[in-house]
Structures are given as C-alpha cells and as structure tokens.
Design a protein around this ligand. Structure first.
Ligand code: PHE
Ligand code: ZN
Length: 850
C-alpha cells in the first residue's frame, strides 16, 4: 500500500509555475509498440515566481535523448518526471521519448482503441506522452506533426499541411496540456459546415469507423444546434476553421473537450432510431453540447489548478442543462436534474466520500470527477443566477469572459466577476464551494390577523474533515396559493442567510398554502410536516411545475416511508386518487405524467431513512416499492389500457420531446400493465417495435415479470454484432433481475462471450449495473460485494481510473446494518490488499474505510 498521506496535494499549497512555455513543437512518429515523440519546447522563467529548479512531469516514458539549446544534457529521471540543470534565462528544451500505445490499457495518454490511435490527457495524461510541465496554468501554443501510415491524422487547431503518411496541425490558441489531442486511424467523416456570427465558415467533421457512418446525422445536428445556441444566448462563437469530433470504443468517461478535436465514447455520439433510445438521443445531444460549450468555459478560460475543476465543469453542465431546457422544455429537465441530485449527489454528500464542490485536497484528481463537482457545481451556478437575476447573470458572464479569456482562473475570480458586475456581496455564497453536505431546511409556518409567517432553519450535518457548518446563503423560491389554487403571492425569492429566519407576508385574507423551493431553487432537503391533503392539493393545483411534480413525489415518499417503518400495509387512497387524476389529465405533458408515475428511487428512500436515524433495509425498501407498484397497477386497472393506447405514436419515429414524452408515458404504463397481464402487452410491443425505445422498454417489462427469456434471446440474436446495443442487452438483464437473482445473473453474464471486460462500457454495463441495483447489490449474504470486489481487483492493474470510480459503489458503508457493514469492509479490505493496487483505487478505499 502506498503512503497516501505523504502524497496528498493541498489547495493551500498552490504556487505559480516556475517556468512558462512560449511554444511547443511536437513530432509524433506512430507505431503501436514504439511510438517516438520528439518535443521542442521554448521555456522562460516565470517573472512572478522565485527561481526554482527546472522540473518536468513524465510517467512511463523511455527517454532517448534530451538537449538544451542544442547541447545534449543528462537529466535526473524519476518515476514521475525529471529535473535538469538549466540556464536561468529562456532556453529551448528538446527531448525524444518512446512510448507503447498498444500496451496502454489504462486509456490515459496515447492509447489504441480498435486499431485507432487516440489520446486522453485530462487531467494528467499528457505526462504519459512526453516530459512537460503538466499543469493547467501553463498555457502554450502547440504545433504538431504526426507521422503514421493511417489515412487520417488529426490534432488540435487548424490543419497546416499534409502529405502521404504525415500531417501538420497548428493551434493558435494557447492551451494547457490537458487539452492536447491526437487521433490517427482508418476513419471516415460525416461532414457539414457552420457559419459563425462573425462570418467564419467552420468545417465540421464527425469521424467514425466506416460501419458507423449511418449513425452520425443526429450528432452533427446536435453540434450545429449547440453552436447556434451559444451564439444566441451568450454571444460566444467558435474560433477555428475546423471542429472535429471522433468516436472511439474504449473511453473511460463520456467525452473530452480537447481544443478543436473532441474525442467521444462511441456511446455518447453514435445514434440511430433502431439502436438508440429516446433517452440516448437526449443524452448524446447534451454531451455534444457540453463538450462544445467547453470551448469557452474550460478552454478559452481554463482552471488555474485541478481544485478549480468545478469552474469549468459546474458551469458547463449548467450551460448544457439550459440548452436542453431551451430546446425541449424546462419543466421536465428541471425535474430530471433534481432527480440526479436527490438520487445520486445527496447520497455522495451524506456518506464517507462527501467532499466540497471545490475540494481542498486530493491524492488522485481523477477521483474527483464526481456528481458533486459536476451536478452540485451546476446547482451552485444556478443559485448564483437566481441571486443576481437574469441581467446580472449576463453582465457577470460577460465580465468573466472579458477578464479571463486566455487565462487560467479560480472560483474566487469567478465570483469576483459577478460581485463586480452586480454589486452583490457573494462572500457568504462562497461557502457553498467550500462546504460539503446537503443542507436541510426545517420549515414551519403560522397565520394570524392577515399575517402569514414562514420560519426557516438551516442545518448541515458534519462531513469528513468538516465538523462545523456555518450557515449558507440559500435562495428559496416560494409562492403562496389560496384554497382555489390561485396565487396570492407569486414566485418570490427568499434569501436565507442565517441559521434561523422568519419571513412575513401581510395583507392576506386567509391562511395560504405555501409552495416551497419552487423550481428546486437550491440543492437542499426541505423538512416540513405536511399532511396528505395539502400535498394532494399541490399535486392538483401548484402553478410551479416542479413543485407540482414534487408534491406527488412527496406523497409517494411519505407513504413509502410509512410502509417501510411499519413493515408493509396498504397504499394511501389519497395518493392513488391523485395519481389517477394526474394521469388522466390530458392537458399535462405526457413526460411530466410519466415522471409523476415514477416512484421515489430506492436510494432516495434509503437516504431519507438514514437521515432520520433508521437503518435502511434494502430488501424491505425494494419489497415496499414493488407492493406499491402492484397496488397502483390494480387500482388503475380500468384506465391503464386506454392510457397506454393513447400514447402510441403513428408518425415516423423522431426523437423529439413530443414523441419521446408519449413513449415515455406509454412505457411507464406498460411496466404496470405487465403486472396484471402476464406480459402480454409487453410481448406485443416487443414483437412490433421498430425503434430501440419501445423494443428495450418491452424487453425490460417482460424481464421484470419473469417472462423475458425468449425476448432476451431474440434481442441478442438480432443485435449481437452491435457493441452499443449489446451493452444495453447486458445491462437490462441485471437491472430488471429480482434482487435474489441479480448477483447470479451478473456472474453468468461475466462469462458470456460478449463480456469483453477491458472495455469500460462493457464493464460498466455488467458490474456497474449490479452496483446500481440496490437490493441486488446489497444482498445480506455479501455476495454482491464479493463479486464486485473480485472484478475490481482484476480490473485495477488494467484500468485504475474505471476501477476507482466503481469503488464508490461501497459508499453505503456506515448506512446499513452491522452484517452488511462487515461484508462491505471485508470486500474493501480484500481490494486494499491486492498487490500493487493503483493510487486511484487506494485513495478511494482509504476514504471509504477511514
Ligand atoms: N472533461 C470531460 C467533460 O466533462 C470529462 C473527462 C474527464 C473526460 C477526464 C476524460 C477524462 O466533458
Ligand atoms: Zn465537462
């Protein structure tokens, strides 16, 4: 085991770089096992730094030779880099190193995926390509020459020249090394063009293997929509003559925003109606937009250091959420984003892995690409926008861009731009970036003599390393309704800044019904005792769509928690009546109705129980959810067939919000119908389906009632040649498995010929799906933990990054009963003892076990 304390990096220890780079010239001579990288780098001392020795990062490199100003030198080489005696003034460094991309299974640095050379340099992968000051505050102009015998040779920026077996690229925009990219392979392009608001004609290419050329059109359209949106909404235009996107099969994450050369996990860009679901289309569009938006928020303005990761990620997620909302409707998008927060981020924030949106220490930065940095980071941006208003938001963004374009910035810089542009004091707001944990608001109210008062108290529980939590600046949007549902106070933003505060509304003729935390205006938990009648009233009448949905969710949640506490029983008639009224209200968006029909996730209930000091029992939670589903199916049996029929789309398939919403509701109803018709409707849908949305949902419904064997076989036979569809085939069998079979099914699928476990998508489809199946993973006998541990031990030497991410599945540690805790600890201890465990996984296991 490594000495982790010794290698912890602290935000407080930041110092400016000792040496700056004026220009980089790379020549890359590609060969699978012996690629040569020649670098020529112009260095000069940083005038803002005291003199420091010359050091460069470098890992897994074989140094062939090095020279300074043309004179050979012999640096001192260590496993993490080198140091060398240098002049105290500007000089030119030259080095030649050898690397082996074909042997690189970690997918960081230069590697090969299915015969295609590609790179992944964020966060610290460039040091696996050549010796360099691999930190984001060192920005430089790159010129790259690639030599190789593949037809396509790509790098960042604009193409300069090319000939048989070589190509040269020049990127005029100074960038940190993490945005460097190179791709070479037998690829074909789906091409188009876009003219920017300043009249630049940009060539757009989506590079894929020839067999995937028919899955590019949607992604290209999404890219053009993103380019137009960023111009329209923020006045930000693209800045090179070409924008390239490449799809690769082996990728640790979704995609990467390398300047002018985005590299995508094939699953995040390739789309067709036959092979992609409506949800895939939406996700692909959002990821393409996200990476494109990084060109400004991330690339032109980058991060000073990796602690500032949320500066680019939180902001860019916020921008892609805005984009999706603008294109397809804000109400549904807001509910979906809140679900990610409640089902995933609140869990992270309530467990041993809790960390601030801007962490202040890490061992391995790859372990901090989390739902907290990304999604909670986006929520902080959204709160800031609410606090400064739309005009203040635009003024602040403009000032931020004007001040920091071409530079590496911090969260302090970010907030200063808004403070200076709007005059608002954001000192207290800064705590959101530094303080981990989900705040809980306890809300009570009273009414007398025409005066209504809301009392709001905030508390945040201790998290690792942060025992004390001073109050945060929380924007709480509220509205007040009268007993007909009319608004007596329209949406108003309350600013909660103290531990306890009272807000007064006078001149009311009767006690109003409050609608609190409209539009999910802050990532907090609201605690307020509300009876079922008031919730049902809000489900029927709230004018805020988010809170209308939330009223239904709270009804379901209160009921589920009651049934869990009492060990079972009958669902609430008020809930069933509210559901019936909502589902049959054809004025409501079908997607919204599908969301109202979705019961609170196991994770959501688990956290609610844990916060109230009850030890959650995953089996019981699962059983109560199933009982409620059964009761809904029975109670609504008279309306479900018609509701299902009414959602069927006869027009040709389009992945638009209107069709997708109907399919979503239809498929949600199909799940319920299957409980009462033995899967007949699902089998009919499966047999007739001409798109993946309906085919996969029908397969899922059949599997969920134990009637899926034949359909699963048919699906397999039809799609076995398509690796992206086979990921779905693997995942759905586990996701839909009854808890007592999930481990055995997962184990069996790991022996299926399709399970190529070195591929991250495959590994996630199988082991990741088990880890996301609460009652299946948390088997009381520990078999889920043991199976995951076996596979993580196997994967770690091959791909530490994907291993470490999946170790977070154990973050229920401390939440469950003693037996499960022991079983989790045993599994984690076994991982910790694996020989030569990676730094990535070591850090995660240590954080979980501390
Ligand atoms: N920066 C990428 C994004 O947010 C994510 C990523 C991180 C990809 C690290 C690869 C490695 O879009
Ligand atoms: Zn990003």
């Amino acid at each position: 085991m490594q000495d982790v304390a010794a290698s912890t990096i602290h935000l407080a220890d930041y110092t400016v770089p000792g040496w700056l780079v004026d220009g980089v010239h790379l020549t890359v001579r590609l060969a699978p096992h012996a690629t040569r990288v020649l670098s020529r780098i112009a260095f000069r001392p940083n005038p803002d730094s005291p003199p420091v020795p010359f050091t460069l990062h470098g890992e897994d490199l074989r140094l062939i030779h090095a020279a300074i100003d043309g004179q050979p030198v012999t640096p001192v080489v260590t496993p993490t880099g080198l140091t060398c005696d240098t002049p105290r003034s500007a000089f030119v460094w030259e080095a030649e190193v050898e690397i082996a991309p074909a042997a690189n299974t970690a997918l960081e640095g230069l590697y090969m995926s299915n015969g295609i050379y590609c790179t992944q340099c964020e966060a610290e992968g460039f040091r696996k390509i050549t010796y360099y000051p691999d930190r984001p505050d060192v920005m430089a102009v790159f010129t790259v020459r690639i030599e190789g015998d593949t037809p396509v040779l790509l790098s960042n920026g604009d193409p300069v020249a090319q000939g048989p077996g070589w190509a040269e690229w020049h990127d005029p925009w100074p960038k940190p090394a993490y945005l460097f990219a190179l791709v070479a392979g037998d690829l074909v392009a789906h091409s188009d063009s876009f003219t920017t608001l300043d009249g630049r004609c940009v060539a757009l290419n989506l590079w894929v293997r020839a067999a995937d050329l028919d899955k590019c059109e949607f992604g290209m359209g999404a890219l053009k929509r993103a380019m137009a949106w960023d111009e329209r909404v923020y006045g930000l235009a693209y800045d090179l003559s070409v924008f390239n996107i490449v799809a690769v099969d082996d990728f640790n994450m979704g995609a990467m925003e390398n300047k002018g050369l985005n590299i995508f996990n094939a699953s995040a860009v390739l789309a067709s109606p036959e092979t992609s679901t409506d949800a895939d289309f939406r996700r692909i569009e959002a990821i393409i937009a996200h990476e494109y938006f990084h060109n400004w928020t991330g690339n032109r303005i980058t991060c000073r250091d990796w602690f500032q990761l949320c500066l680019k990620e939180g902001l860019t997620v916020f921008r892609d959420q805005q984009f999706t909302g603008d294109l397809h409707g804000h109400a549904v998008k807001r509910i979906e984003d809140a679900l990610v927060m409640r089902n995933r981020q609140f869990q992270e924030d309530a467990g041993p892995l809790a960390h601030p949106v801007r962490p202040d220490r890490f061992v391995e930065i790859n372990n901090f690409y989390t739902v907290t940095v990304y999604e909670k980071g986006a929520e902080l941006v959204g709160m800031l926008k609410r606090l400064v208003g739309d005009d203040g938001w635009r003024a602040g963004m403009d000032l931020y861009v004007a001040r920091h374009d071409g530079h590496a910035a911090t969260i302090e810089d970010w907030l200063a731009a808004f403070q200076d542009a709007t005059g608002r004091d954001l000192t207290q707001f800064m705590r959101w970036y530094e303080q981990a944990g989900t705040p809980r608001l306890t809300v009570t109210d009273d009414y007398a003599d025409g005066i209504y008062r809301l009392h709001i108290a905030q508390t945040t529980r201790a998290t690792p390393d942060q025992p004390d939590k001073p109050p945060l600046h929380i924007p709480v949007a509220i509205g007040l309704l009268d007993d007909t549902g009319a608004e007596v106070v329209p949406t108003t933003l309350l600013e909660v800044t103290e531990a306890q505060q009272t807000f007064t509304f006078d001149g009311l003729s009767a006690r109003p019904v409050p609608s609190i935390l409209r539009d999910f205006s802050a990532p907090v938990i609201v605690n307020r005792t509300v009876d079922a009648a008031e919730r049902a009233f809000l489900l029927a009448h709230d004018t805020d769509p988010f809170n209308r949905w939330d009223a239904g969710r709270n009804l379901a949640r209160d009921m589920a928690l009651r049934l869990i506490r009492t060990g079972g029983g009958a669902p609430d008639p008020g809930y069933l009546a509210g559901l019936r009224a909502t589902l049959t209200d054809d004025t409501l968006d079908p997607a919204f109705r599908a969301l109202v029909l979705t019961l609170p996730a196991d994770n959501d209930l688990t956290i609610a129980l844990a916060l109230d000091g009850t030890v959650p029992d995953p089996d019981l939670i699962h059983r109560v959810r199933e009982d409620i589903r059964g009761a809904i199916a029975c109670d609504l049996t008279d309306i479900l067939p018609d509701l299902y029929a009414a959602q069927q789309v006869t027009a040709p398939y389009a992945p638009d919000a209107s069709q997708a919403g109907r399919r979503r509701l239809g498929n949600a109803v199909l799940m319920l119908l299957s409980l009462t018709d033995d899967g007949a409707a699902a089998q009919a849908q499966f047999d007739a389906a001409t798109n993946m949305t309906q085919s996969l949902a029908a397969l899922g419904a059949l599997l969920s009632v134990g009637r899926g064997a034949a359909a699963a076989q048919a699906f397999h036979d039809r799609w076995q040649h398509d690796r992206l569809v086979m990921n779905k085939w693997l995942a759905i069998q586990i996701a839909m498995a009854p808890p007592e079979q999930a481990v055995a099914i997962t184990d069996a699928l790991t022996r299926h010929p399709a399970f190529d476990w070195g591929n991250p998508n495959r590994f996630r489809s199988v082991l990741g799906t088990l880890a996301a199946h609460p009652a299946g993973f948390h088997r009381a006998d520990g078999s889920g933990y043991a199976l995951l541990a076996d596979w993580l031990i196997r994967l770690d030497p091959v791909n530490p990054q994907t291993t470490a991410r999946m170790v977070s599945a154990f973050d229920g540690l401390g939440r469950f009963d003693a037996g499960r805790q022991v079983a989790m600890r045993t599994a984690l201890a076994r991982i910790r003892q694996a020989p030569a465990l990676s730094r990535d996984t070591t850090e995660m296991v240590n954080r979980l076990l501390r």
